[in-house]
Ligand binder design. Structure first.
Ligand SMILES: Nc1nc2c(c(=O)[nH]1)N[C@H]1C(S)=C(S)[C@@H](COP(=O)(O)OP(=O)(O)OC[C@H]3O[C@@H](n4cnc5c(=O)[nH]c(N)nc54)[C@H](O)[C@@H]3O)O[C@H]1N2
Ligand SMILES: Nc1nc2c(c(=O)[nH]1)N[C@H]1C(S)=C(S)[C@@H](COP(=O)(O)OP(=O)(O)OC[C@H]3O[C@@H](n4cnc5c(=O)[nH]c(N)nc54)[C@H](O)[C@@H]3O)O[C@H]1N2
Ligand code: SF4
Ligand SMILES: [Mo]
Length: 681
C-alpha cells in the first residue's frame, strides 16, 4: 500500500497529538507535498469535524522557520541559546560516549529522563524511550505533573479510570463542570452540554474560582474559594442524606460504607460549609436539591482543583457523589474524571520492564526537578528531556533553571523547537511532528483509539522519539531485539492486552482500515477496588494513612502573602506549546492577572495597569484585569507564556513545588503571592 507521504496532493486522515482530552479526528489537506490546511474529520463520532483554533492554525507551527532542522551542540553558556550545527552521528556519539563514561564513574542512576505528553502518541511518549531507559537502568521519572493526585483519589473510590461515555451525555439534564474550563480545555464536552441544553433543556452549572470562558456560558456560575471544594461536596452529601434524596437501593447494592458516610457528613451542615467555601447557604441548598432531583445528572471533574495540596482528596470526594444518587445506572448520568481504563493497552509489552532485569532504580518525582538537580545525592549528572519543556512548565521553575545551569550537568533536549529548556542543553536534537510519524493514540476522555500514519516527510533532519531511542540503543551497544521492532509491531504488541476485554478486535491492521475504532466499553459494575464496589469508606485509604471517609483538609498556608495565586492554562496555547507562535500569541495578546475590584481599589490598581506579582520564589509583571471574575483574595492568570527578552511572564517562577496529598501530584494553584502597583511605570 503506498504511503500517504508518497502522494503530494490529497486529504489524509490524522489525529490531534496534543495533550487534550478531546483527541480530535483530523483531516490534513496536502498540496505539492505540504500540509496547507488542517480541519476536523466530520465522520469522527465524537469530535464531528470541529476543532479548536489552536490546531486550525497548526500549519504555522509545522512549517515555522524556527523549527529545528538538525542536531546542534552548545557554544555559549548554559541558557544563552548559542549553538552550532553537528551531524546525527556526532550527536549520538557524543551522548553515548558521555553516558558510557557515567555508567563507569557514577552508575546508571546518575542519568535522568524527563518527559511528558507533548505528543500523546503512545510510541512517542511511553514506548521505545521506556525500553531504552529500562535497559540503561537509569533513574526513573515519576510523571506526576498533571493529574497524579486526582488519579489516585479517583482510584480509591472507583478502582480505576472508568467514567461515563461522553457520547451518552447528550441525554444529560444537569451538567456540573467542576473546576474545568471546558470551553478551552475539553471543547467537545462543552459542545455536548450546549446541545443537551438545546435538545432537553439541560442546565449547565460551573463551579470555579474564576468566571472563566466556561462559566460565561453556564446557566449558573458558583464562585468558590480555592481548595475548598471538598467541603462543598460534603455539604451536598449532608443535604442529600438529610432530605432523603440518596438512592438507598443503589447504595446498598453497589457501594461500601454508606452508613458511615451518612453519619460522617452530619458535621458538614450548610452553615459550616458556607463559612469554608464562600458559597452562600441558600446556593448550597439549591445546588444539592438540583443535583438530588435531576436525572441524568453528570459531573465533569476538572484538573484545576486537584492541583492543590488537597487535590487527591478533592477528586476522591467528588467521585462519591454520583453513587449517592445512583447516577451510574442512568444513561448520561455519572461523572468523568478520565476514561483511560477503557482503552488500557499492554504497557508491559510496550515498555518492557523486563529489560530492567529486576534492578531497583530510584524514582524521581518530576515536580521536584529543581531539588533533584540541585540537592539530590548521589547527584543527577545527565538529563535527557523530550516531549516537555520543564524550564517553563515545572513548578518553582527558578529552582529548575538554577539546576539546569549546572556546568557539570550534561543535558540533552529533543524537541521541535529551541525551547527555553533547550537553551540550557549541551546537545539539541530535532524532533519530527506527529504528522511525520506512525503512532497510536488513546483518548483519556472518549472511547476511541486512533492511528497516525506519516503524511509528510520529516522536517529537515528531524527524527521521531522512537527513531532516536533506536539510535541511542545502537550507540550504547544494546543488542536486544526490543530495539529493532517496527512501529507496526510495537502497536500490535501494545494492543494485545488480554486484561482489557473492550479492545479485542483492535489491531494495527484494523486501524489502518478505519483510522479510529471504539473500545466496546460498558461501565463495569464490578470495579477494580478491593471490594469490587464503589468505596465511600475505603479501608485501603485507612491503611495508607488517609482518613477512610471523604474529609475536608484545608490548604497549607505557605506564607502571609494576601492572594491565592491560580496560574492555569489559556485558550490559545497548549501548556507552553504555541507560546512561541506569533499567531497564537496574537490571539491571547498578553498575560493578564484577574483581580477582584474590591482588592484592586484597596491597592489603587486600575484596570489595564501592569502590576507586580511576587513571592519568595520569584516575580512576574502582568496586566491587571479588574472586575468580578474572581473573589477577593484570589488572583488568577492564564497561560504558560514563554520567555521573550525583557518580559517577566514566567508564572511558574511563583508556584510552589510542594507535593499534593496523593500520587506525588503538583500543587501549582496552592501558592500565595503579593500583588502590587508597579511604581515608576
Ligand atoms: N486550550 C488549552 N487546552 C488544554 C490545555 C491548555 O494548556 N490549553 N492543557 C491540557 C492539559 S495538559 C490539561 S491537564 C487540561 C487541564 O484543563 P482543566 O481540567 O480545565 O484544568 P485547569 O485549566 O488547570 O483548571 C480548570 C479550572 O479550575 C479552576 N480552579 C483552580 N483551583 C480551583 C479550586 O480550588 N476549585 C475550583 N472549583 N476550581 C479551581 C481554574 O480557575 C480553572 O478555570 O487541559 C488540556 N487542554
Ligand atoms: N503554572 C502552571 N504550570 C503548569 C500547569 C498549569 O496549569 N499551571 N499545567 C501542568 C500540566 S497539567 C501539564 S500536563 C504540564 C505540561 O507541560 P509539558 O508536557 O512540558 O507541555 P508543553 O509545554 O506543551 O511542552 C511539550 C513539548 O514537547 C515538544 N514535543 C511535541 N511533540 C514532540 C515529539 O514527538 N517529540 C519530542 N521530543 N518533543 C515533542 C513540544 O514542542 C513542546 O516543547 O504543564 C504543567 N505546568
Ligand atoms: S487541541 Fe484538543 S480540541 Fe484542539 S484539535 Fe487537538 S484534541 Fe481537538
Ligand atoms: Mo496536564
Amino acid at each position: 500500500m503506498p504511503s500517504f507521504v508518497d502522494s503530494p496532493n490529497g486529504i489524509f486522515p490524522s489525529v490531534c497529538s496534543l495533550d487534550c482530552p478531546d483527541q480530535c479526528g483530523l483531516l490534513l489537506h496536502k498540496k505539492n507535498g505540504k500540509i496547507i490546511k488542517i480541519e476536523g474529520d466530520p465522520n469522527h463520532p465524537v469530535t464531528k469535524g470541529f476543532i479548536c483554533n489552536k490546531v486550525r492554525n497548526m500549519t504555522e507551527r509545522i512549517y515555522d522557520e524556527k523549527r529545528l532542522k538538525h542536531p546542534m551542540k552548545r557554544m555559549g553558556t548554559k541558557g544563552e541559546g548559542k549553538f552550532v550545527q553537528i551531524s546525527w552521528e556526532e550527536a549520538i556519539e557524543t551522548i553515548t560516549t558521555r553516558w558510557k563514561e557515567l555508567l563507569q564513574s557514577e552508575g546508571a542512576e546518575s542519568i535522568l529522563p524527563y518527559s511528558f505528553y507533548g505528543n500523546m502518541g503512545l510510541l512517542s511518549a511511553e514506548g521505545m524511550d521506556r525500553r531504552f531507559f529500562n535497559r540503561l537502568g537509569s533513574s526513573q521519572l515519576d510523571r506526576s505533573i498533571c493529574n497524579a493526585a486526582g488519579a489516585v483519589g479517583y482510584k480509591y473510590t472507583m478502582g480505576a479510570s472508568f467514567g461515563t461515555d461522553p457520547e451518552d451525555t447528550i441525554h444529560t439534564k444537569l451538567f456540573i463542570f467542576w473546576g474545568i474550563n471546558a470551553v478551552s480545555t475539553n471543547m467537545h464536552q462543552a459542545a455536548l452540554a450546549q446541545q443537551a441544553r438545546k435538545q432537553n433543556g439541560a442546565k449547565i452549572i460551573v463551579i470555579d474560582v474564576h468566571k472563566n470562558q466556561t462559566a460565561r456560558l453556564a446557566d449558573w456560575f458558583i464562585p468558590i474559594l480555592p481548595g475548598t471544594d471538598t467541603a462543598l461536596a460534603l455539604g451536598l452529601m449532608h443535604i442529600l442524606f438529610a432530605e432523603n434524596m440518596a438512592d438507598s437501593s443503589f447504595l446498598e447494592q453497589y457501594t461500601v460504607g454508606h452508613e458511615e458516610l451518612r453519619e460522617h457528613v452530619v458535621q458538614y451542615d450548610p452553615v459550616t460549609v458556607s463559612g469554608i467555601t464562600g458559597v452562600p447557604v441558600e446556593d448550597i441548598l439549591q445546588l444539592a436539591r438540583m443535583y438530588g432531583k435531576t436525572s441524568p445528572a453528570f459531573i465533569r471533574i476538572g484538573n484545576g482543583p486537584q492541583h492543590h495540596d488537597n487535590g487527591g482528596m478533592f477528586v476522591r470526594t467528588i467521585s462519591c457523589l454520583p453513587a449517592l444518587t445512583g447516577q451510574w445506572l442512568v444513561k448520561g448520568g455519572g461523572a468523568i474524571k478520565g476514561n483511560s481504563a477503557y482503552l488500557a493497552h499492554n504497557t508491559v509489552n510496550l515498555q518492557r520492564p523486563d529489560l530492567l532485569k529486576n534492578k531497583k532504580t530510584r524514582l524521581i518525582n518530576m515536580n521536584l526537578l529543581g531539588d533533584a538537580l540541585l540537592t539530590l545525592d548521589p547527584p543527577v549528572k545527565s538529563l535527557y528531556v523530550y516531549g516537555s519543556n520543564p524550564a517553563v512548565v515545572a513548578p518553582a521553575v527558578n529552582k529548575v533553571r538554577r539546576g539546569l545551569k549546572r556546568e557539570d550537568l550534561f543535558t540533552v533536549v529533543h524537541d521541535l523547537f529551541l525551547t527555553e529548556t533547550a537553551n540550557y542543553a549541551d546537545i539539541v536534537l530535532p524532533a519530527t511532528s506527529s504528522f511525520e510519524n506512525t503512532d497510536f493514540y488513546t483518548s483519556y476522555w472518549h472511547h476511541y483509539i486512533q492511528l497516525q500514519q506519516p503524511v509528510i516527510e520529516p522536517f529537515g533532519e528531524a527524527k521521531s522519539n522512537v527513531e532516536v531511542f533506536r539510535l541511542l540503543a545502537k550507540g550504547m551497544g544494546f543488542t536486544e531485539t526490543a530495539f529493532d521492532e517496527t512501529e507496526a509491531q510495537l502497536i500490535d504488541h501494545s494492543l494485545a492486552n488480554p486484561m482489557n476485554p473492550y479492545m479485542k478486535e483492535i489491531n494495527y491492521e484494523s486501524l489502518t482500515k478505519h483510522h479510529y475504532l471504539k473500545a466496546n466499553a460498558k461501565f463495569p459494575f464490578r470495579l477494580p477496588t478491593p471490594s469490587g464496589k464503589i468505596e465511600l469508606y475505603s479501608e485501603k485509604m485507612n491503611q495508607d494513612g488517609y482518613p477512610p471517609l471523604p474529609t475536608y483538609v484545608p490548604l497549607i498556608n505557605d506564607s502571609n502573602h494576601p492572594f491565592q495565586f491560580i496560574a492555569g492554562p489559556n485558550h490559545s496555547f497548549m501548556n507552553s506549546t504555541f507560546a512561541n507562535q506569533s499567531k497564537h500569541v496574537e490571539f491571547e495578546k498578553e498575560p493578564v492577572v484577574f483581580l477582584n475590584r474590591y482588592d484592586a481599589e484597596k491597592l489603587e490598581i486600575k484596570n489595564g495597569e501592569q502590576v507586580r506579582v511576587w513571592n519568595e520564589r520569584g516575580e512576574c509583571i502582568l496586566k491587571a484585569s479588574v472586575g468580578d471574575s474572581v473573589l477577593p483574595g484570589v488572583a488568577v492568570t492564564q497561560g504558560l507564556w514563554g520567555e521573550v527578552k525583557g518580559t517577566k511572564h514566567l508564572v511558574n517562577s511563583l508556584t510552589p513545588d510542594r507535593i499534593a496529598d496523593m500520587g506525588g501530584g503538583a500543587t501549582f494553584f496552592s501558592g500565595r503571592v503579593t500583588v502590587e502597583k508597579l511604581t515608576g511605570c
